[in-house]
Design a protein around this ligand. Structure first.
Ligand SMILES: *[C@@H]1O[C@H](CO)[C@@H](O)[C@H](O)[C@H]1NC(C)=O
Ligand SMILES: *[C@@H]1O[C@H](CO)[C@@H](O)[C@H](O)[C@H]1NC(C)=O
Ligand SMILES: *[C@@H]1O[C@H](CO)[C@@H](O)[C@H](O)[C@H]1NC(C)=O
Ligand SMILES: *[C@@H]1O[C@H](CO)[C@@H](O)[C@H](O)[C@H]1NC(C)=O
Ligand SMILES: *[C@@H]1O[C@H](CO)[C@@H](O)[C@H](O)[C@H]1NC(C)=O
Ligand SMILES: *[C@@H]1O[C@H](CO)[C@@H](O)[C@H](O)[C@H]1NC(C)=O
Ligand SMILES: *[C@@H]1O[C@H](CO)[C@@H](O)[C@H](O)[C@H]1NC(C)=O
Length: 297
């Protein structure tokens, strides 16, 4: 793959606080749209979710907070999508759906708010709520009356009607090779492209081999070996079945992340040129948008 480091986007700090992680990426006309999360205090369920609009040269043009005090503990702005007119943005509670800890007003598996946002970021409207952690939204490639959603680690796929959010489908993801972080529709009705990662932790064993988490570590808790794999998959959102999965080579970003750790956009036309491209926004904090042009054989 030919990889081009396109641009460096510095995600905002200041009012955005201590933790700025990327949740979604959309390209619309001449702008990048990113969702970000500012975790203020995960233990007490406070944080802020934002949609940011950048020009292709990395200048921040607009920003808006989605949700607010009344939506807490939901502040996890996730994988957004666009129909060309509006942005569809999910806001979820910041947990995997398994445990709430002591977070006030936390629900299991979670409560998510699905917002419609205008591209100038001036209007934000709540479309519907969903009783789970909706980490990413994907508009259908062929049906403007439905929207798909995936949960934390994409363990469940949902389909809802638009604009009322009536539940049309819910399936378990049967694939475990990696966890999809973001999915986008292709022109096909039944296939999405999803990108994601899988983290592995191995502990060092006394005998020098690696593996087996139950074996005690050689007197050093920092001696673990971490390994991150990841890739792209073509997934049928109705059945949740991956039609194919391909690993993405371990190309590291300036902050040392795999490309597919955070959001992804796929396009046939970008910045005045046509051709199939993936865009990724892997790095939190001081983020970059990376454009990947698959090599033609
Ligand atoms: C978030 O961004 C601000 C400003 O760029 C930075 O000061 C802060 O350290 C960032 N948060 C984290 C967790 O790095
Ligand atoms: C995108 O650009 C087209 C053509 O310039 C324009 O008609 C359209 O309103 C723009 N859409 C948005 C969301 O800005
Ligand atoms: C949660 O924690 C933050 C930062 O630690 C604090 O400012 C805030 O008052 C706390 N909120 C609640 C509802 O406890
Ligand atoms: C967009 O295209 C212009 C003209 O070719 C080029 O100067 C600019 O660097 C490109 N920007 C991006 C983000 O690709
Ligand atoms: C970046 O793009 C914006 C919007 O297109 C433009 O107003 C600004 O002058 C550009 N800045 C630089 C440094 O090129
Ligand atoms: C929990 O929800 C109740 C009812 O909506 C609200 O009054 C209260 O302020 C919330 N607590 C926190 C810590 O946000
Ligand atoms: C613990 O393991 C790490 C990684 O192997 C090593 O760099 C470090 O020196 C070790 N520390 C101690 C106290 O043995």
């Amino acid at each position: 793959m030919l990889v081009k480091l396109l641009i460096s986007l510095t995600l905002l700090g200041g009012a955005f606080g201590q933790k700025n992680s990327t949740g979604g990426l959309v390209v619309l006309n001449d702008s990048f749209y990113l969702t970000t999360v500012n975790v203020i205090n995960r233990a007490n369920g406070t944080g802020e979710g934002y949609v940011l609009r950048y020009s292709f040269n990395g200048t921040l043009l607009d920003r808006v907070q989605i949700g607010g005090r009344a939506q807490l503990p939901a502040y996890h702005a996730g994988g957004l999508d666009t129909d060309g007119t509006y942005l569809y943005v999910p806001l979820a509670e910041y947990h995997s759906g398994a445990a709430c800890g002591a977070v006030p007003n936390c629900t299991l598996p979670g409560t998510s708010y699905i917002y419609l946002v205008t591209p100038d970021l001036k209007e934000v409207k709540l479309l519907f709520t969903a009783p789970d952690h909706v980490g990413g939204l994907t508009l259908s490639g062929c049906d403007t009356n439905v929207i798909d959603g995936n949960t934390w680690g994409s363990r469940t796929f949902y389909r809802w009607s638009l604009p009322d959010g009536k539940l049309l489908g819910k399936v378990k993801n049967q694939n475990y090779m990696f966890e999809y972080q973001d999915c986008k529709a292709l022109t096909s009705c039944s296939v999405q492209v999803c990108s994601g990662i899988k983290n592995f932790q191995y502990q060092r064993r006394r005998d020098g081999l690696v593996g087996d988490q139950t074996v005690s570590v050689v007197g050093n808790s920092t001696g673990n070996i971490a390994f991150q794999s990841g890739g792209l998959a073509l997934v049928d959102p109705v059945t949740g079945i991956a039609i194919t999965q391909v690993p993405v080579p371990a190309i590291l970003t300036p902050l040392g992340n795999g490309l597919t750790i955070n959001p992804m956009w796929v396009t046939n036309s970008f910045n005045g040129t046509t051709g199939f491209r993936f865009l990724f926004a892997p790095d939190d904090v001081k983020g970059s948008v990376v454009v990947v042009k698959p090599r033609t054989p």
